[in-house]
Design a protein around this ligand. Structure first.
Ligand SMILES: NC(=O)c1ccc[n+]([C@@H]2O[C@H](COP(=O)([O-])OP(=O)(O)OC[C@H]3O[C@@H](n4cnc5c(N)ncnc54)[C@H](O)[C@@H]3O)[C@@H](O)[C@H]2O)c1
Length: 259
C-alpha cells in the first residue's frame, strides 16, 4: 500500500479477524471506506485484508494490537495515522470472555476482561480524539451485547454495561467535535467467542434457547451487525448519538434463561 493521505474516510475496526469483525470490515470496504483492520491475531487479519475487494485508490491495512495493553494501542494508532493521515470511524468490536459466575470468577480474568473490553475502547478513543478534533467529525460504534439489559456472567455483563456508560459519556464529551458515539447490542451468533469452551450439545441447547427467547425467532447474523454498523458510520446517521441499537430480534425483552 502507498502512504499518501487521501480524502477517503478511514474506518478502524478492532477484533477485525473475528466473526463480526470480518463482516464489518467487508461491509465498510464495500461502502468505500479505507480499512484499518486491527486484531491480536495478525496472520488472520492479514488474510482478511487480502480478501477485501478494494476499488482503485482504496486502501486497507492489517495491524496487530492488544487492546488490553495501553502502549500497544498507542503504537497501533500511530501506525494507522502514519499510513492514512486520518481516522474517521472507530468500531470497538474486540472482546474477550472468560466465563464464570459470581461464585467462581477468577479476579485475574476479571481484570483482563475489563482491560480489553472496557478500558481498551476508552484508550483507543483517547488516542484517536486528536484526529476527530482536527477533522471536525468522527464516528464511534461500540459493540456491546443484549446481555447488558438481560444479565448473564457478571464480568462480561459489567464490561458491556460499562461500555454502554462509556458510549453515553463519550457522546457528550466528543459532541463539540461533531463525533457521534453509539452502541450495537447483538444477540447470540455462532463464533469462536460463543463456541469456545462449550461442547456441541451445550452450544446447540443454548442456540435453541436463544431462538425460543427471540420474538423474531432466529439468531443474529454477522450481516445484521455489519448493516447496522454501516448505517451508524454513514452520513444518514449524523444526528444519532448516545444510542444503543439492539440487533437481536427483540430478545432484549426476554429473560437471560437459556439464551
Ligand atoms: N458472538 C456473539 O454471540 C455476540 C453476542 C453479543 C455481542 N458480541 C460481541 O461482538 C464482538 C465480536 O464478537 P465475535 O463473536 O465476532 O467474536 P470472535 O471471537 O469471533 O472475535 C473476537 C476477535 O477479537 C480479537 N481479540 C481478542 N482479544 C483481543 C485483544 N486483547 N486485542 C485485540 N483483539 C483481540 C480476537 O482475536 C478475535 O479475532 C465482541 O465485542 C462480543 O462481545 C458477540
Amino acid at each position: 500500500m502507498t502512504t499518501a493521505p487521501t480524502d477517503r474516510r478511514v474506518a478502524l475496526i478492532t477484533g477485525a479477524a473475528g466473526e463480526l469483525g470480518r463482516a464489518i470490515c467487508k461491509r465498510l470496504c464495500k461502502d468505500g471506506l479505507d480499512i484499518v483492520a486491527v486484531d491480536l491475531n495478525l496472520e488472520a487479519t492479514e488474510g482478511l485484508v487480502q480478501d477485501l475487494m478494494l476499488e482503485p485508490g482504496q486502501r486497507a491495512l492489517a495491524l496487530r494490537a492488544d487492546l488490553g495493553d495501553a502502549a500497544s494501542i498507542t503504537t497501533m494508532v500511530e501506525q494507522a495515522g502514519a499510513a492514512f493521515g486520518r481516522i474517521d470511524v472507530v468500531v470497538n468490536n474486540a472482546a474477550v470472555n472468560h466465563r464464570g459466575s459470581l461464585y467462581d470468577f477468577d479476579p485475574t480474568q476479571w481484570d483482563h476482561m475489563m482491560a480489553v473490553n472496557l478500558r481498551g475502547p476508552a484508550l483507543l478513543c483517547q488516542q484517536v480524539a486528536p484526529y476527530w478534533k482536527k477533522q471536525r467529525s468522527g464516528r464511534v460504534i461500540n459493540m456491546v451485547s443484549r446481555c447488558w439489559v438481560a444479565g448473564g456472567p457478571p464480568a462480561y455483563v459489567a464490561c458491556k454495561a460499562g461500555l454502554v456508560g462509556l458510549t453515553r459519556s463519550m457522546a457528550r464529551e466528543l459532541a463539540p467535535h461533531n463525533v457521534t458515539v453509539n452502541a450495537i447490542a447483538p444477540g447470540l451468533l455462532p463464533s469462536a467467542f460463543t463456541q469456545e469452551g462449550r461442547d456441541l450439545e451445550s452450544f446447540d441447547a443454548m442456540v435453541e434457547g436463544s431462538i425460543r427467547n427471540t420474538p423474531l425467532k432466529r439468531l443474529t447474523t454477522p450481516a445484521d451487525i455489519a448493516n447496522t454498523t454501516a448505517f451508524l458510520a454513514s452520513h444518514d446517521a449524523a444526528f444519532i448519538t448516545a444510542e444503543v441499537i439492539h440487533v437481536c430480534g427483540g430478545s432484549q425483552l426476554a429473560p437471560f434463561g437459556n439464551g
